[in-house]
Design a protein around this ligand. Structure first.
Ligand SMILES: [Zn+2]
Length: 309
């Protein structure tokens, strides 16, 4: 039987994939349109992106289901197609691996609003939406579920519980941090710092503690986050930073950190204890390919050191 992802990445670090959203836009998805619908209407486009990640060396690929909860899909009048879009998303990753040994990570992003008393959504609506999505992803055969780009404990807890309820064998909690204005530290929009996040995830039954996206969270800052996670938890750790800072060029958001720039931070990230590394917004198969090469060289030198060569 396939090893659990949380065990496999303890044995040796593994490579995840790069961005999906920004790649879909390059493939013609218009800003504000529903990317998850493409799992059904344009599966070939989604498959082409994920196949490039698999070919670049990604061993874990996230499903194209970031906005695949009922609450998110309702914004596009697709609220009743949760199961269909999520199942299709899992099937496309399976095809992208094309027989390779890979891990399919079911992606659950934020529900996109605020809960009472700050916003309009009740806890039970959010819980129901996450349970429905997690159930669809697990039924379709994912190896893990990631609750990602999270900023608050309330929402993260509901996501983790939904994944547990669905019977997910590996649950990843992933926070989005923003570097503070003075550059001194980073925390989520809702004020969560990394030590507390790691403790919270461990207490609530996550198997992997992660960070993704965020503002100003480059490879160097991600390393700092990994070190801070490591100071409080022994769970395996994951980091998927953005390809630099978003900039507005001709009314389009662009990320301009090249694979060459970004890969410089990879080995330090591994040395500080990241078990699973990928990249978030703005990254491309070329970034992942550069990561693959650097990671292979790192693993080779570690092996040589281990046998005393
Ligand atoms: Zn991102």
């Amino acid at each position: 039987m396939k090893k659990l992802l949380q065990d496999a990445i303890r044995e040796r670090p593994m490579l995840a994939d790069g961005a999906m959203g920004t790649q879909l836009m390059l493939a013609g998805l218009e800003q504000g349109n529903c990317g998850e619908e493409w799992n059904v209407t344009r599966p070939g486009k989604v498959l082409a992106i994920q196949r490039r990640y698999a070919e670049a060396g990604s061993e874990c690929i996230l499903t194209n289901t970031f906005g695949g909860s009922r609450i998110m899909l309702s914004r596009h009048s697709f609220g009743d197609r949760v199961v269909e879009f999520n199942k299709a998303g899992v099937e496309i990753v399976r095809q992208a691996f094309d027989g390779r040994d890979g891990y399919i990570i079911g992606d659950i992003g934020p529900f996109g609003g605020l809960m009472e008393p700050y916003g309009d959504f009740t806890e039970s609506q959010v819980r129901g939406a996450f349970e429905e999505q997690a159930g669809a992803l697990v039924d379709a055969g994912v190896d893990a579920i990631i609750i990602e780009t999270q900023t608050s404990f309330e929402e993260l807890r509901l996501g983790i519980q939904a994944a547990q309820q669905a019977g997910a064998r590996c649950i990843i909690g992933s926070m989005a941090y923003d570097v503070t204005l003075d550059g001194q530290t980073f925390r989520t929009m809702m004020g969560v710092d990394p030590e507390r996040a790691a403790e919270f995830m461990e207490e609530n039954g996550a198997h992997i503690v992660a960070l993704n996206c965020g503002t100003g969270m480059d490879m160097v800052r991600s390393r700092e986050a990994i070190e801070r996670y490591k100071s409080v938890t022994s769970l395996p750790l994951m980091a998927t930073p953005n390809a630099g800072q978003p900039k507005l060029v001709n009314m389009k958001v662009v990320y301009d950190e090249t694979p060459e720039q970004m890969v410089k931070g990879l080995v330090p990230l591994l040395v500080s204890g990241a078990n699973l590394v990928g990249a978030c917004c703005g990254s491309t198969p070329e970034h992942i390919s550069a990561f693959r090469k650097a990671m292979d060289e790192f693993l080779k030198s570690e092996n040589l050191r281990a046998i005393g060569a």
